[in-house]
Design a protein around this ligand. Structure first.
Ligand SMILES: *[C@@H]1O[C@H](CO)[C@@H](O)[C@H](O)[C@H]1NC(C)=O
Ligand SMILES: *[C@@H]1O[C@H](CO)[C@@H](O)[C@H](O)[C@H]1NC(C)=O
Ligand SMILES: *[C@@H]1O[C@H](CO)[C@@H](O)[C@H](O)[C@H]1NC(C)=O
Ligand SMILES: *[C@@H]1O[C@H](CO)[C@@H](O)[C@H](O)[C@H]1NC(C)=O
Ligand SMILES: *[C@@H]1O[C@H](CO)[C@@H](O)[C@H](O)[C@H]1NC(C)=O
Length: 461
């Protein structure tokens, strides 16, 4: 199994990895939180987390995301229920008197027998880096005030902590996930969301009221730190039987992303720079084969990433390309065939996915040698290859994936089998943060305890 290492540095990394497995076994058991392996039910409509804010036309479902390429912009979104009201955001930096205004747009949509509220999106730009801003929405009627902190200026040594959540839904477990994320001493500063948001489509006629409850549920975090969106299968909402044949309709109306800033032609795939990371968001449910817009965009973009400026290259997608669970087994295979050679050649650091309701991490493996007839269908370790991490156990009502596939499909080298088995049964990492600094090992934390430490010292670029 151990290939011939050409690089002395990597031998060290491999040793580090083995030691860390042992370390994990002790460290991992110390968490007080064990996610029960049973179905969790959606919180009822009258739950505290779904409460409508008081006041005439009060803005609700407030959430923010990055609004430009470099982190000096923020898109602020909110919904007003009674009338459109104002599209204006008033904002000011902490410790200044000077208030600024920006105007956005308002959109609505219908879905079967549902009509949305007035969905506002306003991009504010040219903010100072590393600064706390307050903002106010609902101008003219009931106003509500929130705050966020801009990231530091993009640069190779800038430390930054990203949280990761996928497949969240709106069950009691989803609420626990979010609470643990908020209380985690690792303090995520921005959240990379790997798809499957509300699970409204699990309801009859995709009851879009469950998109609204979800928006109110996440507001307590998403109004204060940017959630970087990836579309999952539960965002497709394709239901021609009830006359709804435009894919991603609720999602694209509710969640704006700065796709044009990265020359993308679709909100479903885009990229941003943030602190020391370059983040590419991909859409597994849009055309991605050769010659498609997404393929052309990705293959241009990935070659342009300046690794001196953003040494960390992170890809987000919904279904994992490497997955050893029975659940969604091999669903990521077509994506792997198209994109893995690019990931290896351009030395993507980590690929995060959700979809499978479990945690799993691969070694740095590559399966690009396989060409259907040469028999080389077992992934090999390659230090240019990404680490693949599945973090799809956010807590939705469909329950956890626990059964592992026993087929011989080439999947991860299970050197970390113990790690993810322990994680899966005893310690669900409902949120993880990555220490994102040059030479900092990949360190996933849950509840403040290190749950998984990877061989993530950067290999030479
Ligand atoms: C899941 O299991 C936990 C702990 O055993 C229990 O408290 C909870 O009620 C169960 N939830 C459901 C939905 O069955
Ligand atoms: C709500 O705000 C709008 C302007 O945004 C204004 O025209 C309207 O009169 C306000 N309604 C109330 C009840 O204050
Ligand atoms: C959700 O979690 C928050 C914070 O822990 C708590 O205050 C609230 O009561 C919870 N709501 C439900 C319905 O579990
Ligand atoms: C890459 O980024 C570095 C550091 O910001 C900068 O000095 C260099 O000019 C950039 N290279 C290119 C090709 O833009
Ligand atoms: C890693 O993959 C790249 C690209 O496929 C290849 O050129 C290189 O030889 C591989 N390295 C090892 C150690 O297998």
């Amino acid at each position: 199994m151990v290939p011939k290492w050409v690089c002395a540095g990597f031998v060290y990394l491999l040793l580090g990895l083995i030691l860390n497995v042992a370390e994990f076994c002790n460290g991992g058991m110390t968490s007080g939180y064990q996610r029960p392996n049973n179905l969790s039910f959606d919180m009822p409509l009258d739950s505290d987390v779904f409460r409508v804010p008081p006041g005439y036309n009060a803005p609700q479902q407030v959430h923010i995301t990055q609004g430009d390429y470099e982190g000096r912009g923020v898109i602020i979104s909110w919904i007003t229920p009674d009338e459109p009201g104002s599209n204006t955001v008033v904002y000011w930096a902490e410790n200044t008197e000077l208030k600024n205004c920006a105007d956005g747009i308002v959109v609505t949509y219908k879905y079967f027998d549902y009509t949305s509220g007035f969905i506002h999106h306003c991009t504010i730009k040219d903010l100072e880096f590393d600064t706390k801003y307050y903002y106010e929405v609902g101008i003219g009627n009931t106003t509500r005030q929130f705050w966020f902190i801009t990231p530091p200026k993009v640069g190779p040594d800038v430390p930054y902590t990203f949280g990761l959540i996928g497949d969240l839904g709106q069950t009691y477990d989803s609420n626990t996930t979010l609470t643990h994320y908020e209380l985690n001493p690792a303090k995520g500063q921005a959240l990379l969301f790997v798809g499957d948001l509300s699970y409204a489509d699990d309801y009859p006629f995709h009851d879009n009221n469950r998109w609204d409850t979800w928006g109110r549920f996440i507001e307590r975090n998403a109004a204060h730190q940017p959630w970087i969106w990836t579309a999952g299968n539960h965002e497709i909402d394709f239901a021609p039987a009830i006359g709804e044949s435009i894919p991603f309709k609720p999602y694209t109306h509710r969640f704006f992303v700065p796709y044009e800033a990265s020359e993308s032609t679709s909100p479903l795939w885009y990229s941003i720079k943030r602190a020391s990371a370059y983040i590419i968001v991909m859409s597994s449910y849009s055309a991605f084969g050769k010659y498609t817009p997404q393929y052309k965009w990705f293959t241009n973009k990935v070659t342009e990433v300046n690794r001196t400026e953003t040494p960390w290259l992170i890809v987000l997608m919904h279904p994992p390309m490497y997955n050893s669970y029975v659940s969604h087994y091999m669903e990521g295979e077509t994506m792997r065939v198209m994109y893995e050679p690019w990931f290896v050649e351009y030395k993507v650091d980590v690929v995060f996915a959700g979809h499978v309701h479990a945690y799993e991490r691969s070694e740095r493996v590559s399966n690009v040698a396989y060409n259907i007839i040469n028999g080389l269908c077992t992934p090999v370790n390659n230090h240019s290859a990404p680490v693949y991490i599945t973090i799809g156990d956010g807590g939705n009502q469909e329950g956890l994936s626990t059964a592992h596939s026993h087929t011989t499909q080439p999947t991860v080298k299970p050197a970390l089998d113990m790690a993810f088995l322990t994680l899966r049964t005893g310690l669900m990492p409902t949120s993880v943060g990555i220490g994102i600094k040059m030479d900092m090992p990949l360190k996933l934390t849950h509840n403040g305890f290190t749950t998984d430490t990877g061989n993530h010292r950067k290999s030479p670029l």
